[in-house]
Ligand binder design. Sequence first.
Ligand SMILES: [Cu+2]
Length: 160
Amino acid sequence: MTLKKTLLGLSLLLPALLAQAHEYSAGQLHIDHPWSREMPPVAATAAAYFVIHNKGSDADRLISVSTPNAGKAELHEHVHADGVMKMQQVQDVLVPAGGEVKFEPMGYHVMLFNLKQQAKDGERFPLTLTFEKAGAVEVEVAVQKDAPASDKGHGEGHAH
Ligand SMILES: [Cu+2]
């Protein structure tokens, strides 16, 4: 391979790497970087995370989630109960006017059950988020080994 071809190859690769941060819009809502942690192939569940920004002056609610990759998808939160962290299903998640809500490890998350197949690092799978006012928006969840840089340092430890 010539040097010219090698350089061309690199220049094609770079935009793909930079495109790892991805976002979606639904009305006044912006959904930032949906991601999921790569799980062992035998794991029966996985979780998806993202940040929803609401640039509008009306609050909205995330009322349901679904994906063809899982038999069932639920909205979950982590709660302290008797000194133990555990997760439970919630019916909906409020997205305050002019505010944001973070789905992150040890917080709100989309729980995926009965996975047909665990996704691997670097893969993406579709997830449909349905909001009370903004309606349905399909996003792609990026599967990765590690949390995005912005999520490191909080959320996963016991700092809360
Ligand atoms: Cu959960």
